[in-house]
Write a protein that binds this ligand. Structure first.
Ligand code: AMP
Ligand code: ZN
Length: 114
C-alpha cells in the first residue's frame, strides 16, 4: 500500500521508535502519546481496520494479539494494567487506515466516552 503511513514505517521509509518486532508484527511508540505508555501494534500485512483483518486475515489478527500478550507480559504492562483500543472509521477517530491497536497504560487511566 503505497500511501499507507504504517506501511511506510514497515518499509523503513519513515522512522519509528520500535519497542517490539517479530516475523509478523511490530510495536512502536505513538508519536503523540495520550498516556504515559502509548504503543501501537500492527501486522506487517496491510489491512485497513479491525473488521478487515478479522474477515480477511484472522491468523494475522491472532498474531497481533499474541505479540501484544508477549510484550505486555515481558515489559510488566500486564501487571501494571493496560487498555487495548482499535478505532474503526473516521467518526471513531481512526486517522491511519492500517489496522492498529493502541496499548495505553497509566497509573490511573480515565474512562473513555464521547
Ligand atoms: P488512529 O487515530 O486510531 O488511526 O491512530 C493513529 C495513531 O497513529 C495516532 O495516535 C497518531 O498519533 C499515530 N501516529 C501518526 N503518525 C505516527 C508516526 N509517524 N509514528 C508513530 N505514531 C504515529
Ligand atoms: Zn498499510
Amino acid at each position: 500500500m503505497e500511501d499507507c503511513l504504517f506501511c511506510k514505517i514497515l518499509k523503513g521509509e519513515i522512522p519509528a521508535d520500535k519497542v517490539y518486532e517479530n516475523e509478523n508484527v511490530i510495536g512502536f511508540n505513538d508519536i503523540a502519546p495520550q498516556a504515559p505508555t502509548h504503543i501501537l501494534f500492527i501486522h506487517k500485512n496491510h489491512t485497513s481496520n479491525f473488521n478487515d483483518i478479522t474477515n480477511n486475515d484472522p491468523e494475522g489478527l491472532v498474531q497481533v494479539c499474541e505479540a501484544i500478550a508477549e510484550h505486555t507480559e515481558k515489559s510488566g504492562l500486564k501487571d501494571a494494567g493496560y487498555r487495548v483500543v482499535s478505532n474503526i472509521g473516521e467518526t471513531s477517530g481512526q486517522s491511519v487506515f492500517h489496522t492498529h491497536f493502541h496499548i495505553l497504560s497509566a497509573p490511573r487511566l480515565g474512562r473513555f466516552g464521547s
